[in-house]
Design a protein around this ligand. Structure first.
Ligand SMILES: NC(=O)c1ccc[n+]([C@@H]2O[C@H](COP(=O)([O-])OP(=O)(O)OC[C@H]3O[C@@H](n4cnc5c(N)ncnc54)[C@H](O)[C@@H]3O)[C@@H](O)[C@H]2O)c1
Length: 273
């Protein structure tokens, strides 16, 4: 039987974290790198990726970066190649990249809807498929961890219909791929955060590109909606990226050896409200 240190040790394994350059993704990258994994950060902004990689390396951990848009298949293929070229394998795939523009349904164009589905749902499909192919080729299994949301189970606020559709989709996709990939010793699970303080949350109330500017009433309604959400959290605080990072480490490690097709809710009790 492995001791506790061995169970949490990811030395020699390579983890790819999409959207790992800030927010929840960076929190995840920190814990996986601390546990000894080689971490490849894949995100859309070169400057952010470089900065995040430098932060991890400063700690003495192993990290590299690649600019990749998860909604583009050629970028996802490039990401898998980057994992192999930098570290020789891909063992843990964390599908964290996601967008959540606040848009009431009546202002939501077909393009707005499609964009959220492309990044949040198609991106998870592309990364899962290409990572799984690589893991199967390596022949010793792997872990796929999808960052969903409490919105995969229950809406948190008005203005996220496209987001909720995408996250419900990722939860269904998680269960079906867990079923299909278990024969290759690939475990697929999801982590569903509640409200977590990240740069993305700060930006979410800004009107989307191309959308009509919000009037004062719409802004007030959005703020009220956020206040109402906060008031419902039994732990009386927003989550921090590390609250999610610790749970992803659990799922990436041998601590979760008998778990697949599950979703762990990490929300300070928000869904109880
Ligand atoms: N923060 C929350 O309250 C919260 C709650 C529930 C779920 N989540 C989920 O957690 C994940 C991370 O959220 P966050 O709050 O850290 O967001 P964030 O906006 O702070 O960070 C998201 C990261 O993803 C990257 N990204 C965006 N589009 C991308 C694309 N097409 N390809 C690759 N990278 C892309 C961004 O550059 C950024 O680095 C998302 O999937 C989000 O839905 C967040």
């Amino acid at each position: 039987m492995k001791n506790l240190n061995e169970l949490l040790d990811l030395s020699g394994q390579t983890a790819v974290v999409t959207g790992g350059s800030r927010g929840i993704g960076l929190g995840i990258a920190y814990r996986l790198a601390e546990a000894g994994a080689n971490v490849l950060i894949a995100s859309v902004h070169q400057g952010e990726v470089d900065e995040a990689v430098a932060q991890l390396k400063e700690k003495g951990w192993k990290a590299a970066g690649v600019v990749a848009d998860v909604s583009r298949e050629e970028d996802v293929q490039k990401m898998v190649v980057a994992a192999k070229e930098n570290f020789g394998s891909l063992d843990v795939m964390v599908n964290n990249a996601g967008i959540f523009p606040n848009q009431p349904l009546l202002d939501m164009s077909a393009e707005n809807f499609q964009k959220v589905i492309d990044v949040n749902l198609k991106g998870v499909y592309l990364c899962t498929r290409h990572a799984a192919k690589q893991m199967i080729e390596q022949g010793h299994g792997g872990k796929i961890i999808n960052i969903t949301s409490i919105d995969a189970l229950h809406p948190s606020m008005v203005g996220l219909a496209h987001y909720d559709a995408s996250k419900h989709g990722v939860w269904g996709f998680t269960k079906n791929t867990a079923l299909e990939l278990s024969r290759h010793n690939i475990w697929v699970n999801a982590v569903a955060p509640g409200g977590v303080a990240t740069p993305g949350v700060v930006e979410m109330n800004k009107p989307a590109e191309g959308a009509a500017p919000q009037d004062e009433a719409a802004k007030a309604a959005a703020a009220k909606s956020l206040d109402a959400f906060m008031a419902k959290i039994p732990m009386h605080r927003m989550g921090e990226p590390d609250d999610i990072g610790k749970v992803v480490l659990f799922l990436a490690s041998d601590m979760s050896s008998y778990i697949t097709g599950s979703q762990i809710v990490v929300d300070g009790g928000a869904l109880l409200g």
